[in-house]
Ligand binder design. Sequence first.
Ligand code: AMP
Ligand code: FES
Ligand code: ZN
Ligand code: ZN
Length: 318
Amino acid sequence: MKCRTCRGPAIIDLKAHNANFCAEHFLAFCREQVARAIKKHRMLGPDERVLVAVSGGKDSLAVWDILLELGYQADGFVIGLGIGEYSETSTGYARAFASERGLTLHETSLRDDHGFDVPTAAEVTRRVPCSACGLSKRHLFDKAAIDGGYDAVATGHNLDDEAAVLFGNTLRWNTEYLGRQRPVLPARDGFPRKIKPLVRLGEREMAAYCVIRGIDYIVEECPMAAGNKHLRYKEALNAIEAESPGSKHAFYHEFLSKAADRFADDAAGAIADGTSELGTCTRCGSPSSNEVCAFCLLVERTADAVPVTLGERRGARR
Ligand code: AMP
Ligand code: FES
Ligand code: ZN
Ligand code: ZN
């Protein structure tokens, strides 16, 4: 097995790209894939400042590292979600990455700064934990980016994540989501631009990238997301990919080039309906179509709840 670039011994084979690489040229390949995604989808200009949402997992630490390597001004942002030891460990990896490299990492904690955590919110709302978790992340990413004057928020969503979401949306023909499933969401109405620079790289590549770069990350998945539908979609796509390398890439990227535009009206209609009278939340000042935004309502609903520790949740729905 020889490296495609230097013909030296290769350490990784990428069947989807019909290529093998040595460590050095694999890192170059990853950077090149991110640069291509940024250019093609016009994610970032050379002098723009980007806030990277870092969870402490491989994808978000790798995207932060690659953006810096490509010369972007990238700071980090981590949210303590209060999911027991899992959250503490993940935040620890984000902090270690930043401090070892002298980087700026902004932090917020749901429990300390907003009075609740994900397990308690799940119990109070009787919804899956990912629901309050996702709502909180979106709200806090947006707010941190706007308050800090960043041009965009980058997340570590990779090709496997995006293909799995596309698979779910296609299975149910969620046309509104299909029209919005793009690697860049432009800034609008007080929301910052959102970008996903890893859409050309998969999970296996990101794990290899971190190992080669010596980046320590949390390997465990979130304990509250076990059994999540997306994990099953990923397994299904992996089975297809094993038989037919390159399928995931074609499924997602051909969707973007050939089909996504066809659903633009469905997405635009949904945005117009939902935000036709977009004002600002009277409590936090974020853009909201209601007097109080969904995040502030969650803060209010959970304010008097007895904190739930992991393993104590009762009868929550999936
Ligand atoms: P997930 O929703 O857990 O699949 O994570 C998707 C992306 O959201 C990650 O790649 C990160 O960029 C970001 N993210 C997830 N959890 C956190 C967190 N606790 N703090 C900051 N960013 C996060
Ligand atoms: Fe959000 Fe697990 S990370 S519920
Ligand atoms: Zn090489
Ligand atoms: Zn609010």
